[in-house]
Design a protein around this ligand. Sequence first.
Ligand SMILES: Nc1ncnc2c1ncn2[C@@H]1O[C@H](COP(=O)(O)OP(=O)(O)O)[C@@H](O)[C@H]1O
Ligand SMILES: [Mg+2]
Length: 402
Amino acid sequence: MSRYAIVTTAPDFQQRLQDAASGALEGEIHAWLGSSFPSGAQELVDQLPDPRLLDVLVLGPGVALDDALLLADEFEVQHPEVSVLLATTPSPSVVLSAMRAGIRDVVEPEADVADLSVLLHRATRSAAIRRRAASLSSGETSGSANGRVIAVVSPKGGAGKTTVASNLAVGLAANAPHATVLVDLDLQFGDVASALSISPDHSVTDAVHGPARRDTMVLKSFLSAHPTGLFALCAPDLPDSADQVSGEDVSHLLDQLASQYRFVIVDTSPGLSDHTLAALDKATDYVFVSGMDVPSVRGLKKELDVLRELGLTPITRHIVLNSADQRDGLTLADVETTLGTKVDIVIPSSRPVRISTNQGSPLLQGKKRDPASKALRKLLLRFAPPVIVSTKGKGRHRGGKS
Ligand SMILES: Nc1ncnc2c1ncn2[C@@H]1O[C@H](COP(=O)(O)OP(=O)(O)O)[C@@H](O)[C@H]1O
Ligand SMILES: [Mg+2]
């Protein structure tokens, strides 16, 4: 069984990787040493005894950076489930190029067996999650179908989580009406109800206790309907009620909702509370939101590091820079260098966003074309293809499953 493959000129590194893999992990390493490098992804895969089992490909040490990036790019397109790692001395520019080529991690050539073992574990887990995602989107679900759980998080309050979550939810509901639900896990001070102008009869606290916990039909009746076809489960009115909800309650609730809805969007409180960690553990997709100021960006960097240490790896990860204004002294390049990864979406600081919050009507509920709405739509496209209105007057067609 070849779950790992390595292309390198360094037999000692290959030996350490071999030792790391033969510890707690199951699987052999298929190695290309020295001059006989495969020229492309296809040639590499063709030489494996069973290419379908490949989880992790390690490139280097000794592979030219450009060659490694090209090969990683090919894998990203042809075999997106395989986690590609780059073994080279990490400089900020190398790390950025690596991330852009879809490389999952950059590892020091001197890394010891213990470090390599942790890395292989993470990379294998991430490959398993991506395989699951691929089978989900091709409709090969086993047992109960599971929707995507999208957690919107940030270390700081006021970063724009609720703005992003409510717009994403309204936008996804246009693609999947009555199949999208927004959950407010900012249990103390959540404001999803205000963002959507709804007055819920029931809250998350009601949903995790009593009959709704055992019966999804009851749970569904606890959701508030929004005119866009979105459902919402709002935070309780009283901040004290948050104590009545445990991390395990959150896990159970998200399992229930994901078994019934195609998209479950989770708005969270600042930082990594038990509720947020439980949501991240269940989430298939993470959306990180940061302001464009040094404390926010540093906070996000710490959060990314902590989640990495915890081995929490989603299927997709999206970094949103919100209320961005380069006149405030930070550039996009500064932010990307600090984070060590690229920013996916930049939402400008915008008056229409503030107005929409005050009116309780997410921007994507309308057809506005201001820069913030455009950026939010770009984020939406990362989860759902656009709804195409048929010119033959036969109603709406969806662009396919995301
Ligand atoms: N891009 C933006 N431009 C201007 N104001 C924004 C922007 N994003 C969010 N805001 C405002 O900032 C405030 C906090 O946003 P919110 O989404 O509630 O943050 P969080 O949920 O992270 O605490 C709201 O009043 C919102 O209108
Ligand atoms: Mg909020």
